[in-house]
Write a protein that binds this ligand. Structure first.
Ligand code: NAD
Length: 460
């Protein structure tokens, strides 16, 4: 969503289930970006020097936990996901904040050299621009906020224009415990993100979003000679071997493809299944789709909400149209649900050629291609044909053989008989065009720190 930050306009946030306006937020201007950066710069020296950052963050985690139910309602209204999933996302944020607040920062290293002992210290980078997407607006913000703050940086969070409301409420909780300027939320469109990412006062940019936004932000960071962590799109393949039991694996495959309405960076976006199981797996997946309750996330029975926004719904439609032109058969779903909201049936397509757009592009929605293979070398070659390399999985009764096969998948994270697991202690990042750098774990923390080396003086 782009609109000029030169004019102080408001952005309306729609409930994707009803198309009612849930709230309005400012479309922050270049001047507001400047003001936020100045406030962060004022706060930075004492925050970097504080020895109590971990305890401040633990206090925020306690408040966040007390507010989970209230915030989950808001998250469902702006994002569309079922309330239970919104609660899980917020509880995930509490868990992430607690885990990272207690992390032991890397100790100074000392290295003996012929010139004497060199001391290697890690310092915060300074001001971090954190830019987030609309699919998991809370947990993905905490993947950035928690390590950036604990390592002594000040953060300006620019949420997606489709889902800024929960982030703004979360800023209020932080402001009860943290000094002013340490964490600020600056709502706005893509242009506000661009002004922020270009600003010379920003020392590090951490973006989660599309490949296009990653290229733009990476170029801006390069121009200013600043660092950037880019967590971008995925087109994860799941390879189902001939010894898997379709009835056993269908449920997990389905959940990992359609959770959050397919709008997950590490959703299963292509299934490659051995030809001997193709019919049975298609049937088992179709029966999962048939029993899925699609509706407003506020309704307790709902298992899948709407697509979050109109451009994404259009993208899903165009991929299904191309799939039909390319000879694909829709074995379930295929249509928008008649309702004011952005609801779409869970859709499974078979019989596609490898160059259909539904196979080569990231659908980020409730439509899944199921493709047949004859031998594992062929499956791996086709799975690896993608320009993206976020995650991938192999499904088999023989988990050791499956593990061996995962080593041949070209992606940042692989799983066996599961998909999508992440943890605050484990690094997460993509290869190829899925990104640069890491979130989480020690590697994720290091993204927010720079190294300073000192050689103590020699005796005169
Ligand atoms: P998007 O790129 O449109 O927007 C993401 C954020 O970047 C938004 O806040 C947006 O305003 C901002 N933005 C867009 N253009 C910008 C620019 N030129 N300069 C600065 N900021 C800019 O992405 P989206 O549609 O919100 O999210 C969907 C994408 O995010 C999918 O491709 C998905 O795979 C990816 N994603 C990746 C991960 C991961 O961890 N790798 C996680 C979640 C989502």
């Amino acid at each position: 969503m782009s609109s000029s930050p030169a004019e102080p306009t408001a952005l309306s946030v729609l409930n994707p289930a009803t198309l009612e306006v849930v709230g309005k937020v400012p479309n922050s201007t270049a001047e507001e970006v400047n003001t936020a950066i100045k406030a962060a710069q004022r706060a930075a020296p004492s925050w970097a020097a504080s020895s109590e950052r971990g305890s401040f963050l633990l206090a925020v985690a306690t408040d966040l936990k007390a507010n989970v139910v209230r915030l989950a309602h808001l998250l469902t209204q702006e994002q569309g996901k079922p309330l239970r999933e919104a609660m899980e996302e917020l509880m995930g944020a509490v868990h992430w904040l607690r885990s990272v607040a207690g992390v032991k920062l890397p100790e100074d290293d000392r290295i003996s050299t012929p010139q004497g002992e060199a001391r290697i210290e890690r310092r915060p980078k300074g001001i971090v621009a954190a830019i987030t997407p609309w699919n998991y607006p809370v947990i993905l913000a905490f993947w950035k906020i928690a390590p950036a703050l604990v390592s002594g940086n000040c953060v300006i969070l620019k949420p997606s224009p489709f889902t800024p409301l929960t982030s703004i409420e979360i800023e209020k909780l932080f402001s009860l415990h943290l000094p002013s300027g340490v964490l600020q939320v600056l709502p706005g469109g893509d242009e506000t993100g661009s002004v922020l990412a270009k600003h010379p006062g920003v020392d590090h940019i951490s973006l989660t979003g599309s490949v296009a936004a990653g290229r733009a932000v990476g170029a801006q960071a390069g121009h200013n000679l600043k660092t950037a962590t880019l967590e971008l799109g995925g087109n994860d393949a799941a390879i189902v071997l001939e010894d898997a039991d379709p009835a056993n694996v269908a449920r997990e495959l389905f959940i990992n493809a359609f959770k959050n309405c397919g709008q997950t960076c590490t959703a299963i976006k292509r299934i490659y299944v051995h030809h001997s199981l193709h019919g049975a797996l298609g049937e088992a997946l179709r029966s999962q789709a048939d029993s899925l309750v699609v509706g407003d996330g506020m309704q307790p029975a709902t298992k899948m909400g709407p697509i979050n926004n109109a451009p994404q719904l259009t993208k899903v439609h165009s991929l299904i149209s191309d799939a039909l032109v390319r000879g694909g058969s829709v074995i379930c779903g295929g249509r928008r649900i008649d309702s004011p909201g952005f609801f779409h049936q869970p859709t499974i397509v078979i019989g596609l050629p490898d160059d259909a757009l539904l196979v080569t592009e990231e659908q980020f929605g409730p439509v899944l291609p199921v493709l047949e293979f004859d031998n594992i070398d062929d499956a791996l070659e086709r799975a690896n044909q993608s320009n993206l390399g976020l995650g991938g999985s192999v499904w088999s009764a023989d988990s050791e053989r499956a593990m061996d096969i995962t080593h041949r998948l070209e992606c940042g994270t692989t799983w066996v008989n599961r998909h999508s697991a992440t943890d605050p202690a484990v690094p997460f990042g993509g290869i190829k065009e899925s990104g640069l750098g890491y979130a989480n774990g020690k590697a994720g923390l290091e993204e927010f720190m720079r190294i300073r080396v000192s050689y103590p003086g020699q005796k005169e």
